[in-house]
Design a protein around this ligand. Structure first.
Ligand SMILES: *[C@@H]1O[C@H](CO)[C@@H](O)[C@H](O)[C@H]1NC(C)=O
Ligand SMILES: *[C@@H]1O[C@H](CO)[C@@H](O)[C@H](O)[C@H]1NC(C)=O
Length: 484
């Protein structure tokens, strides 16, 4: 081979390699990992599992109230079970499965198992004591003073609940949404379980609507500032009623939706604020089923998209120079994945209805939304200025020092002696070594507004994973991984 042709070969070869890494992410690999992550967040008695550095934990959860509240998920890098974000996680995982069941392909059973780990626990919370909805286990202020493995956790496992006298329409509305959405997922594979989910969802939504109030007003520093209901509870009432209506078609829920109204316009979608999610969910009735009753939800869903799209005259959303949607400094990727899930889902509904809309003079087609969604997913998987994957264990350059107690401390499988509340700080938390355990699939808070990521354990705003960041991404990845 002549030297010049050899050089050309090297350049072309390297360009194509670059493209394998950057232009063509392995969505299927990322999808499998995004679901595997949930095993690392499990509380309760663990079966043999692929994330083998974790063990059983929280086995007496609920005992302080004389009930069994074992199971469920730790929300992020700590050892607390907060039901508001856990239920949101279960709702988004369920929605991801409902919209993409064929595209999930071989990952469908794992996705269902990830939902069930949450809903088994949420069912206990709703059914253990009549007149009470349990909404969390573990004193977050005590937990956050420690850096210890979930398997060693020795802080107070305080049990929190709402009642008719101290209600929580926010956490109850979200719990009802999760149970109703999951009832659709299990309808064809486990009829009895699906019926139990649906009947419990109805009871919990009844509780949310009959006794109105925000759980933050009654539980104070046990849920705030961690998962304070900043947006109030109207969004969860619409969201809960929307999911119950989707699961049943019962006029009762339609009437409830009408009495609450379509709610506020927003430019966010998160564990706190679900207006946009409800608008997209119910817009489907207008777009796909031609039901004029839901025209107002479609309008709200499209106003939302116009606030997100970068070239829209009414946009309120910032993007980094590298192209990442940038909503908030703390754990920004949670907003990116939740909003991106709405982009892929609304795009799908539009395509089904052969529908387009406009933001001022910008014509929005299904591809407009899907292209923006793909750009966000690709950024997360490594197509960004740092060439960094923000999913642990995906690609070769990913966060190595995530803010996560279990991942950052020696596994009980290799270090069986107990480690107390503070024994994890030195050398593990404050040290600079990579975490000993890989929390495969975990998506961290992500880069700052300059596309920069320090990869420091103490930097929880950028380095902590959460269940709801991943839950939304599961649907996005399935949407790009599958054939259709
Ligand atoms: C509810 O009605 C819609 C629109 O007719 C239909 O597509 C859907 O399958 C129904 N769902 C249930 C649970 O009956
Ligand atoms: C979709 O809409 C476009 C423009 O409104 C129209 O030209 C086209 O025929 C429609 N396609 C279908 C399948 O209805």
């Amino acid at each position: 081979m002549a030297p010049s042709r050899f050089l050309l070969f090297v350049i072309v070869f390297n360009l194509s390699l670059l493209c394998v890494v950057q232009c063509n992410p392995d969505y299927r690999d990322a999808l499998a990992k995004s679901i595997l992550f949930f095993q690392g967040q499990r509380s309760g008695r663990l079966p043999p599992q692929d994330i083998s550095w974790r063990g059983s934990s929280g086995l007496s959860d609920g005992s302080l109230a004389g009930v069994d509240l074992t199971g469920g998920y730790y929300d992020a890098g700590d050892n607390v079970k907060f039901n508001l974000p856990m239920a949101y996680t279960a709702t988004l995982l369920s929605w991801s499965v409902i919209e993409n069941s064929r595209k999930l392909g071989p990952q469908l059973p794992a996705a269902r198992a990830a939902i069930r780990w949450a809903t088994d626990y949420l069912l206990k919370c709703a059914r253990a004591t009549p007149g009470r909805l349990y909404v969390g286990v573990g004193d977050p202020n005590a937990d956050h003073k420690c850096w210890e493995r979930p398997e060693d956790m020795d802080t107070a496992r305080t049990v929190y609940y709402v009642t008719p006298a101290s209600p929580g329409s926010d956490v109850a509305g979200e719990t009802a949404a999760a149970l109703a959405a999951a009832s659709i997922v299990f309808r064809k594979v486990d009829e009895g379980y699906s019926r139990l989910l649906l009947s419990t969802a109805k009871d919990v939504l009844q509780f949310a609507t009959q006794h109105r109030g925000s759980y933050s007003d009654f539980l104070g520093s046990s849920v705030c500032p961690f998962y304070c209901s900043y947006s109030g509870y109207t969004d969860e009432l619409i969201w809960g009623a929307g999911w119950l209506f989707t699961a049943t078609n019962e006029t009762y829920y339609l009437d409830l939706l009408k009495s609450v109204g379509p709610g506020d316009g927003t430019d966010i979608f998160s564990w706190d604020n679900k207006f946009a999610g409800a608008h997209v969910l119910l817009a489907r009735r207008n777009l796909v089923n031609n039901d004029e009753t839901f025209g107002a939800y479609r309008q709200k869903a499209e106003d939302f998209m116009c606030k997100i799209l970068p070239n829209s005259p009414s946009t309120t959303t910032k993007y980094t120079a590298g192209g990442l949607m940038y909503k908030m400094g703390s754990s920004n990727l949670q907003y990116v994945t939740s909003i991106t899930f709405l982009l892929t889902t609304y795009s799908k509904y539009m395509a089904k209805a052969n529908h387009t809309f406009t933001c001022g003079n910008l014509v929005v087609t299904p591809d407009t939304l899907r292209n923006l969604a793909r750009r966000q997913v690709d950024y997360i998987l490594g197509d960004n200025p740092l060439k960094m994957s923000y999913m642990v264990g995906y690609g070769s350059n990913y966060p190595k020092r995530i803010h996560h107690r279990g991942s950052s401390l020696p596994s009980i499988a290799v270090h069986s002696q107990e480690m107390g509340c503070e024994s994890g700080f030195q050398p593990y938390y404050y040290g600079s070594s990579p975490n000993p355990n890989t929390l495969t699939g975990a998506v961290v808070g992500g880069p700052d507004q300059n596309d920069f990521f320090p990869d420091e354990r103490g930097d929880y705003s950028h380095s902590e994973p959460t269940t709801y960041t991943n839950a939304a991404l599961v649907g996005c990845l399935a949407s790009f991984a599958g054939k259709s």
